[in-house]
Design a protein around this ligand. Sequence first.
Ligand code: ATP
Ligand code: MG
Length: 305
Amino acid sequence: MSNSYTIPAQQDETCGDASSEATGLEKTGASHYLKGKVLVVKLGGSTLAHQKMVISDLISLQRLGLRPVLVHGGGPSINAMLEALHIPTHFERGLRVTDEQTLEVVCMVLRGQINEHLVLLAASMGGKAVGLCGTDGNMLHAHIADEHLGFVGEIDMVDPTIVQHLLDQGYLPIIAPLGRGDGCDCLNINADQVAAALAQALSAERLVFLSDVEGIRGADSTCIAELSEADAHRFIEQGVIHGGMIPKVTSSLRALEAVPCVHIVDGSEPHILLHEFDQHRRCGTMVVRNRGEEGPSIPPSANAQ
Ligand SMILES: Nc1ncnc2c1ncn2[C@@H]1O[C@H](COP(=O)(O)OP(=O)(O)OP(=O)(O)O)[C@@H](O)[C@H]1O
Ligand SMILES: [Mg+2]
């Protein structure tokens, strides 16, 4: 494929046992509880190599009655293309500084390459996916929040109508993180922020970030099972949470206003999205308002074996 230059090669994974894993989930009763509920998944650009497994799991979950929405990033692929074109890359607090030239590359890679590639992959696996970005159907309106960052959008308004229509018709929406600014400006929006804003607007049952780490690491470098709002702010201030983890954590906290369950997990873990709904195999970091206050949203009875 011509875009294989920027899209990471698919890891040699077999997805063959996805349906038996999904059948296992069905047996626990969790799938009955989750029927009709919306799941928003953010697939990090850092985790694109595991795209096949992720899409296979999403298709299995859709067959079990869940309404999944996939938002993807593309950081490393955009970096590779910028490097090939000798355009320098800069980040500030995890956000890409985006001048006009960089914006062109961001749009080309996210929409023209990665999004198209994921839709084709879903189709090849028997899924019914539709690729779109935040400028479609007036889904995402944003403004330039900081002139210094260039064409980086901060979300003002989300209209999820187009996504809801697609879900109603049984499609898997796959969304590239671009939005409309004033006039006909296209803006680059951090994919974590897009996923969180959509999850809120869709009143999703769950928001899952698939990244290249097992979860959020604390000061001692071990993975934190439950991160409270107070700890999150403290860790950001101390630099324990930095770079690309900052927008992930801040948007997780915002999403909690409407989404009962927000997880940050390792996208390379086999069938991590199916295990998400199995209380006994839970992993990664759950972001919560106050420690111990909010538990998982699946009633324990639904997970009884
Ligand atoms: N406290 C922390 N715990 C875990 N990872 C952290 C922490 N602080 C910073 N990070 C960094 O955050 C990175 C994940 O964010 P990053 O933006 O790079 O990936 P992504 O959001 O999954 O992909 P993309 O931005 O391409 O969509 C990790 O690889 C890690 O280096
Ligand atoms: Mg990121």
